[in-house]
Design a protein around this ligand. Structure first.
Ligand code: AMP
Length: 296
């Protein structure tokens, strides 16, 4: 659906490109007043089919689709890949428009974090495990994520926000934040989109040289081995089988763990509840994550 407000600011794609939050609010005001539903897809850009699946779902369900395009500095730790994170705004605008985005909000950093910015959203507990473990990316990563997503929810005020299950911990953190802070919207988590050989699509796959790209397929194989062996014998046997699959590809994982998908507490046995098995590993120049949800 078109915004039918001002002329589209991106001539080739017809998508409206907005850099300032006041303009964003003004652009959405008429749609909101008419009761049209708004879907939000937050991204850091360098779009791939995973992002596009979220945009298409939003386009199918909502009257108006807003994609944010912002490489959020506060979710990168010191020494992480903020400076080399891949970017291609022109290509992103074309792909986003083709997948159903009506408006792309791509603010500069000081629009999101003006001088003196000093407020953070900290979701307790579930941000301190898996990627949030202080020995890994740390809880600061999720404070950055929760803070920027809360800001996006406030500026866009979507009816539905779309996230990828590939970032399962992020989904759990956002769901908890929405519940705890009473954000009036629905969270949709959509399945992980994969390359033909099973590798989860990620903007960071661009860092993989051919050898690392080949070895990276072990993450998905390991998760498959965990699920098969857990169903056949036990969860601990499954995790061991997964570790062996990774070791065969020369990969030492940061973690390969079984967790409750909602509160991320450790799970020891498969019973009648779904179990999230999540993996993170450095492969060549990239830190990759993936997961599988084992349904009972
Ligand atoms: P990013 O640009 O990496 O921050 O991702 C933006 C959104 O796309 C997040 O909700 C991600 O979980 C989601 N996403 C990233 N990769 C995939 C994928 N392979 N399949 C589905 N969703 C994804």
């Amino acid at each position: 659906m078109s915004l039918a407000l001002t002329e589209p600011s991106h001539p080739r794609t017809g998508v409206k490109l907005v850099r300032a939050k006041d303009e964003l609010r003004a652009s959405l005001a008429a749609a909101r007043a008419e009761g049209r539903s708004i879907g939000l897809v937050p991204t850091m850009g360098y779009l791939h089919e995973g992002h596009l699946s979220l945009l298409r779902a939003a386009d199918a369900e909502c009257d108006l689709v807003v994609m944010s395009l912002f490489v959020n500095p506060t979710q990168f730790g010191p020494g992480e890949d903020l400076d080399r994170y891949p970017r291609d705004e022109e290509r992103d605008l074309e792909l986003a428009a083709a997948a159903g985005a009506d408006l792309v909000y791509a603010p500069p950093v000081d629009e999101v974090y003006p001088a003196g910015f000093s407020t953070e959203v900290a979701v307790g507990g579930l941000t301190e495990v898996l990627c949030g473990d202080p020995e890994r990316r740390g809880p600061g990563h999720f404070r950055g994520v929760a803070t920027v997503v809360a800001k996006l929810f406030n500026t866009v005020q979507p009816d539905v926000a779309y996230f990828g299950q590939k970032d399962a911990q992020q989904v759990a953190v956002i769901r908890r934040m929405v519940r705890d802070l009473d954000f009036p919207l629905r969270i949709e988590a959509l399945p992980t989109v994969r390359e033909a050989d099973g590798l989860a699509m990620s903007s960071r796959n661009a860092y993989l040289d051919p050898d690392a790209r080949e070895r990276a397929t072990a993450l998905r194989r390991a998760l498959g081995a965990v699920e098969r062996s857990a169903r056949a014998s036990s969860l601990s046997a499954g995790l061991e089988a997964g570790r062996q699959e990774l070791a065969a590809a020369g990969i030492e994982p940061e973690y390969l763990e079984a967790r409750d998908p909602d509160d991320l507490t450790s799970v020891e046995v498969l019973d009648d509840r779904p179990v999230l098995v999540a993996v993170a590993a450095r492969v060549g120049g990239a830190r990759l994550i993936d997961n599988v949800l084992i349904e009972p």
